[in-house]
Design a protein around this ligand. Structure first.
Ligand code: FAD
Length: 370
């Protein structure tokens, strides 16, 4: 079997890239050891957020948002995407000053997606929020999508465009050859390819290791708790400056509560084990900001595996050691929203085109990864 490009990983990054490549006529094979969307891409909270992103990621999320609003054109489904802005409340005057400085910085760079708001606007957008909040920062254009619907739609559209997706197919080893790569798998035999895309999420470092290219990506297990449905409490997804928290109330009224509270992970089996102590911290942090959450039943909690980098910014670049090996990994708990645009820039780069957004900030040689 032969392909122009083999993608190792059938998460949203692999599927989005495969789709853009296939649309350009490339022969792509996606290899997924479990099933499409089994890991981070299918079990995340669906947040598509530009507010308070690392500045390096702002052009990527803005490009991604354009895709999210036009998703039916790309994959024939809206992927459950709906518009809901985000808000970060300041609990002290010092925090407010920090938010103002952040907004001034983003404005000075030409970005206009973050707006400073006063105390009364904070209360309009989130009436039950703690009374001591003095103001905040918000975005309008962000949103939320359904991870399961998104993975389903990208998978189906990939197949429509001739992408081969092998599920239950683990990549065991990858060797370089004179014409590219030889990829050895559990169920699809040996596949030859000119290029390999490492989009293996929490396992990206293992894939790098197969080719002698170490990557600073470690598996982490962010967890989420979900409440029973309730009347709309907030008109923005929200948090407060010093709280490790996001409260995302979705369309059906349930609220996702999270903030990087980590479960134990077992990458060998792909399993996660929730830590009650972490869930308790998350609930306490939420309750401290919104008193009214005290009596809301929590109906579900889960965690998923994602790959984290030391600076929480993804690695999107060609390997410096192995020609033809492209990395798109280390999405550090916030890669779902970025995926449609990441797929486009990676697909362009792998075809020798200049991507619409320069990828230099995501290079593996950046100082913040050391
Ligand atoms: C609980 C949770 C909540 C989150 N909330 C948000 C959010 O609200 N907004 C947001 O933007 N992001 C969020 N994220 C992060 C986001 O889900 C991830 O950053 C993103 O989905 C990463 O996509 P991926 O395709 O790189 O990884 P994955 O979806 O993990 O895909 C990688 C795939 O590679 C496969 N693989 C690995 N090794 C091999 C191998 N050797 N052979 C074959 N296949 C292999 C794996 O089985 C896996 O399916 C959240 C993550 C979690 C876990």
């Amino acid at each position: 079997m032969h392909a122009d490009i083999v993608a190792v990983g059938g998460g949203i990054i692999g599927l989005a890239t495969a789709l853009h490549l296939a649309k350009d006529g490339k022969k792509v094979i996606v290899l997924e050891k479990d099933f499409v969307g089994r890991h981070a891409s299918g079990v995340n909270a669906g947040g598509v957020r530009s507010l308070k992103r690392d500045i390096k990621e702002v052009p990527l999320i803005q490009g991604a948002l354009d895709y999210w609003y036009r998703m039916p054109e790309l994959v024939g489904s809206d992927c459950g995407f709906f518009k809901i802005g985000y808000m970060i409340a300041a609990e002290t005057d010092a925090d407010m000053k920090e938010l103002e400085e952040r907004a001034a910085k983003t404005r000075s760079m030409g970005y206009t997606h973050e707006t400073i708001i006063d105390r009364s606007r904070v209360r309009e957008l989130a009436p039950p929020i703690a009374g001591h909040c003095v103001g905040g920062i918000m975005s309008d254009h962000d949103g939320n999508a359904s991870p399961a619907e998104t993975c389903r739609a990208f998978h189906a559209t990939c197949l429509d465009h001739g992408v081969t997706v092998h599920m239950g197919c683990r990549v065991l080893d990858i060797d370089t050859t004179s014409r590219g790569f030889k990829v050895t798998t559990t169920t699809a035999g040996v596949i030859e390819a000119e290029q390999v895309l490492n989009c293996a999420g929490a396992w990206a470092a293992d894939v790098g290791k197969m080719l002698g290219d170490p990557l600073p990506v470690v598996p982490v297990g962010p967890s989420v708790m979900v409440t029973a449905p309730m009347p709309r409490l907030f008109h923005r997804h929200l948090t407060a400056t010093r709280r490790k928290l996001w409260l995302n109330q979705v369309k059906n009224g349930t609220m996702f509560m999270m903030g990087g509270y980590l479960a134990e992970v077992d990458p060998a089996t792909g399993k996660t084990h929730l830590r009650f102590s972490e869930l308790q911290k998350c609930a306490g942090t939420a309750h401290g900001l919104v008193d009214q959450l005290e009596n809301i039943p929590i109906v579900r909690a889960w965690a998923g595996l994602d790959g984290n980098t030391p600076d929480d910014v993804p690695i999107i670049c060609y390997s410096k050691k192995v020609p033809g090996l492209m990395h798109a990994c280390g999405f550090s708990k916030h890669g779902f929203g970025l995926a449609p645009m990441v797929g486009k820039v990676v697909a362009d780069t792998m075809q020798g085109k200049t991507p619409e957004i320069p990828m230099t900030d995501f290079d593996i040689d950046r100082a913040t990864l050391e």
